[in-house]
Design a protein around this ligand. Structure first.
Ligand code: UDP
Length: 223
């Protein structure tokens, strides 16, 4: 509803709107890397994780309809695990969680068997892409992945955090049914295809996962 309010107001003044969408909309698609025009594969409504993906997908439909029907300049970006110093661990995000655990000497909690993968993207790389993309009229009415292509399993992430933090924490596996309230379903892999955003703005993520982890560890050590 918030998106609708914003689109409606922006349409009155023909102001550009950037819709912050998410890699979650690809859902359980196994067409990795995910292309913006690829099919999405959401789970059932009894698994509440899919409510988020579904509502973001509806935001995208709505924004694209405003572009088609009212020529409102809209740009849709799908973010893939944007991370960096000052990201809160309050919502259980994995990097701040692992770093806090590693520095406190507590067990590092890998959910499931840890073979699920993610591509973590440095917040500065995302900001750079955004400031560039909003200047391009060719982006209006388009959907763009913004991410990194360095794919890492969550098990490997735990090992890297442990090593970089020089931590003695054990790495433990927590079965999904203990890690999350029931009704949760994890994404097995999440990798962006960057061809479209590369072609538009020459986007190339610069900050590697190890650099990101060093920055986050440093931040947690000093705060
Ligand atoms: N995860 C984990 N331990 C944690 C927090 C998260 O193993 O303490 C896993 C989670 O199950 C998922 C991945 O790390 O497979 C990324 O989780 P996050 O919530 O950060 O992002 P998202 O699932 O939205 O990609």
């Amino acid at each position: 509803q918030g998106t609708e309010v914003v689109l409606k107001a922006a349409a009155k003044k023909q102001r550009t709107v950037v819709v912050a969408s998410t890699s979650e909309v690809y859902g359980k698609s196994d067409a990795v890397p995910f292309r913006e025009d690829g099919d999405i594969a959401l789970g059932p409504t009894v698994k509440h994780r899919w409510a988020y993906a579904c509502s973001k997908a509806l935001d995208e439909f709505l924004a694209l309809a405003y572009w088609k029907e009212k020529r409102l300049p809209v740009i849709i970006v799908r973010f893939f695990n944007t991370v960096g110093p000052r990201q809160t661990g309050r919502y259980g995000m994995v990097i701040p969680n692992f770093v806090r655990q590693a520095l406190a000497g507590e067990p590092i909690t890998v959910f499931g068997d840890g073979t699920q993968t993610r591509c973590f993207t440095y917040v500065g790389d995302v900001v750079g892409a955004l400031t560039e993309i909003v200047t391009r009229e060719a982006a209006y009415g388009g959907v763009y992945n913004v991410g990194n292509i360095e794919e890492v399993s969550i098990r490997e992430l735990a090992e890297r955090v442990k090593a970089l933090a020089k931590s003695a924490s054990p790495i433990v596996n927590i079965p999904y049914d203990q890690a999350y309230e029931s009704g949760f379903e994890d994404m097995p892999r999440s990798v962006p295809d960057l061809a479209k955003i590369r072609a538009l703005i020459g986007y190339e993520p610069r900050v590697t996962l190890d650099e990101i982890l060093r920055l986050v560890i440093e931040h947690h050590r000093t705060h």
